[in-house]
Write a protein that binds this ligand. Structure first.
Ligand SMILES: NC(=O)c1ccc[n+]([C@@H]2O[C@H](COP(=O)([O-])OP(=O)(O)OC[C@H]3O[C@@H](n4cnc5c(N)ncnc54)[C@H](OP(=O)(O)O)[C@@H]3O)[C@@H](O)[C@H]2O)c1
Length: 317
């Protein structure tokens, strides 16, 4: 068990990752969690960010704020995905250093590795080839944030480092029919297909791309694990190391929600990267491994989803 101490600013605490981090930090006895909602702190506003850090002077930061979305959202709004993410991370990292923050954990993503890099993806693959076109803008911003942390560490000796999570899912996910990621999008579609007694559900693309999924509470645990390391790597993959095809995932989601109709594919829609699975040997070698297997995590996520629907709080933005 690792221990986190002092005042920890969790940026993006209302998001899926940020709220999981707050749940995880609640069990740390000597840690005070600092948060700020977007109404009081717009992270794309440089002077607000500088004032916030100067006033609150956190000991450490877990930076889970970002403009996040699925393939369609990334492809449609590249200006916001590059611009907002670049501003948020640059302002926060610079302001943190200026305010004497001792530790900054930035969140990258395995989707910022080159599109065709060898599988499973090793940390060394970063910047070794062209990016996936559909999320190029997001990836460029994330790579800049991750490298800025690495350069601060190298140039100024501060413990600024990053985690590279794989695809995440869990409580608080976004279920927007077009802007969400593949797993929450499937969960919602199969749930609705069951309620509407549909004979079949057609999934986007060929169903053959292979993906890896990590339950978000496992990520939060890995982040606290990394925060407690004396000499963490500049970035470490966080995943399960296990992949499955989108068609296999669809069947698993259908089973979870109790949908019994047919599942069809639509090859006219783009697939994105053919395979994406992370090599998690670096983090496993340091002593951390995921705990929640996909079938179990899906069940927990669906239970949350049903509660969110019932209470009118399903996130769909
Ligand atoms: N979801 C995944 O599958 C996945 C995979 C790999 C890496 N990640 C990384 O994990 C991090 C968190 O992702 P997530 O899935 O938790 O996203 P999320 O649920 O959309 O949460 C993002 C958070 O960022 C906040 N935010 C966005 N723009 C802001 C701004 N201008 N000022 C202040 N706050 C702002 C949002 O605030 P509001 O609540 O006000 O909207 C929200 O709380 C991101 O860095 C993402 O790249 C996610």
């Amino acid at each position: 068990m690792t221990e986190i101490t002092g005042k920890v600013y969790v940026a993006g605490h209302r998001g899926m990752v940020g709220s999981a981090v707050c749940r995880r930090l609640a069990s740390e006895a000597n840690c005070e969690v600092l948060t700020a909602s977007r109404d009081t702190l717009d992270l794309t506003n440089q002077s607000s960010v500088e004032d916030f850090f100067a006033q609150h002077r956190p000991d450490s930061v877990i930076f889970a704020a970002a403009k996040v979305g699925g393939v369609l959202a990334n492809d449609t709004y590249p200006v916001e995905f590059l611009g907002d993410n670049l501003l948020m991370s640059t302002f926060a990292i610079n302001a943190a250093y200026a305010a004497g923050v001792k530790r900054f954990l930035f969140l990258g993503s395995t989707c910022i590795y080159p599109r065709d890099c060898p599988q499973p993806i090793q940390e060394e693959a970063l910047l070794t080839g062209p990016l996936e076109k559909t999320n190029e803008a997001y990836a460029l911003a994330k790579i800049a944030g991750l490298k800025l942390c690495q350069f601060y560490r190298r140039q100024h000796g501060v413990m600024f480092h990053s985690a590279m999570p794989t695809n995440l899912y869990g409580p608080g996910d976004n279920y927007h029919p077009e802007h969400s990621h593949v797993l929450p999008a499937l969960l919602r579609r199969f749930h609705e297909a069951k309620n509407e007694n549909l004979d079949s559900v057609t999934i986007w693309g060929t169903g053959t791309p292979r993906r890896e999924f990590l339950y978000v509470d496992d990520l939060a645990d890995a982040l606290t694990f990394l925060m407690a390391q004396d000499n963490p790597p500049d970035w470490a993959n966080v995943g399960t190391g296990v992949d499955l095809s989108i068609l296999e995932l669809s069947h698993l989601v259908a089973k979870t929600v109790g949908y019994e109709g047919d599942i069809k594919t639509d090859p006219s829609k783009p697939d994105g990267t053919p395979i994406k699975c992370s090599d998690v040997s670096r983090l496993n070698g340091m002593g951390w491994k995921h705990k929640v297997e996909l079938a179990h995590g899906l069940k927990r996520t669906y239970d949350h989803f049903l509660n969110e629907v019932e209470s009118g709080q399903m996130r769909s933005v």
